[in-house]
Design a protein around this ligand. Structure first.
Ligand code: NAD
Ligand code: LMR
Length: 329
């Protein structure tokens, strides 16, 4: 029997938490022979609901679920964590941009970054889902003294999945045929879903979908605005698809990336593609499945793409400026 892996999840009683926990406990993410400990973190008012979720976890009798702890104490919550999924934070409502949440949510991530540094396992990895996720991840990373920057990620996989579905629908093919889709920059309305390098069945998307006006216009805006469209339709922000994307992200980071492909996740920029060092920007990533990852180099960036990337990076720099008080010098 393998040693259990410990996964800490904040906001565990929320919508995304509810769609996330049971799939992790079932073995879907870490595999059918990997036992899992869950450390579920909520704020005090969320603890009664969390208790109900824990009752439901009990009621599943999952063979791989080793231990479940529910707590509002960050030290207990992040103890020995190998993976931290930082979901807990307030979602936006209709009419808001994600950056409007910075003032409300940003400060959550200082204490969480510090508690991760104090308590988590040496190999800890942190995926931030709570919005605005890139800048919240930047705050957590900068407050987690001693934890290497390459352990922090912010989620843009939902945007990648959305973009793949839109392209597949337009081309009349199954979404599994779409590869090499990179989301550049921020998980926000400035993100750039890069159709210029995406492929359908191995062919450039621009050869399969010749409607350039659609690619440069409606396609991009649909992906950028999809979160808002779901909020408008559901009255609540996306949850099952967000949880699914979080699980896709973790799986992609622990599994070798298929030859020639890449996946999207925001990482701490090393200056690749001229993106300012130290900000959390989404870019094309490959992994060997051994805990390391690299930015895919040499992806062509034409003038159109560069203009879009510049816009979304400028927004990330503005967000960093807005939270500079939460980032230790
Ligand atoms: P929700 O309101 O249903 O749940 C959030 C939970 O977090 C609540 O149970 C709340 O009690 C808890 N919480 C709040 N502050 C906390 C703290 N400091 N520590 C621990 N728990 C805390 O919200 P949701 O729909 O699950 O969404 C959660 C976040 O994920 C939102 O910020 C949302 O915008 C974001 N989100 C991101 C993406 C993405 O693609 N990156 C996609 C969807 C949603
Ligand atoms: C999403 O993209 O669905 C989430 O970030 C929620 C939101 O506020 O759009």
């Amino acid at each position: 029997m393998k040693t259990p892996i410990t996964v800490s999840i904040t906001g565990a009683a929320g919508q995304i938490g509810y769609a996330l926990l049971f799939r992790i406990a079932s073995g879907f993410v870490f595999g059918p022979d990997q036992p899992v400990n869950l450390r579920l973190i909520e704020i005090e008012p969320g603890l009664p609901a969390l208790n109900g979720v824990m009752m439901e976890l009990d009621d599943c009798a999952f063979p791989l679920l080793n231990e479940v702890i529910g707590t509002a104490d960050l030290d207990e919550g992040f103890k020995d964590a190998n993976w931290c999924l930082l979901v807990g934070s307030v979602p936006r409502k209709a009419g808001m941009e994600r950056a409007d949440l910075l003032g409300i949510n940003g400060k959550i991530f200082t204490g969480q970054g510090q508690a991760i540094a104090r308590n988590a396992a040496k190999d800890v990895r942190v995926l931030v889902v709570g919005n605005p996720c890139n800048t919240n991840a930047l705050i957590a990373m900068n407050n987690a003294a001693g934890v290497p920057a390459d352990r922090f990620f912010a989620m843009t996989r939902l945007d990648e999945n959305r973009a793949k579905s839109q392209l597949a629908r337009k081309a009349g093919v199954h979404q599994s045929k779409v590869t090499n889709l990179c989301i550049w920059g921020n998980h926000s309305a400035t993100q750039y879903p890069d159709f210029t390098n995406a492929r359908i069945d191995g062919r450039p998307v621009t050869e399969v979908i010749t409607d350039r006006e659609w690619l440069e216009g409606e396609f991009i805006t649909t992906v950028q605005q999809r979160g808002a469209a779901v909020i408008k339709a559901r009255g609540l922000s996306s949850a099952a698809s967000a949880a699914n994307a979080a699980l896709d992200t973790v799986k992609s980071l622990i599994t070798p990336t298929p030859e020639g492909d890449w996946h999207s996740v925001a990482v701490c920029s090393d200056g690749s593609y001229g993106i300012e060092k130290g900000i959390m920007a989404s870019m094309p990533i490959r992994t060997r499945g051994d805990g390391t990852w690299e930015v895919v180099q040499g992806v062509p960036v034409n003038d159109f793409s560069q203009g879009r990337i510049d816009l979304t990076i400028a927004e990330l720099l503005e967000e960093r400026e807005a939270v500079k008080d939460l980032i230790p010098a």
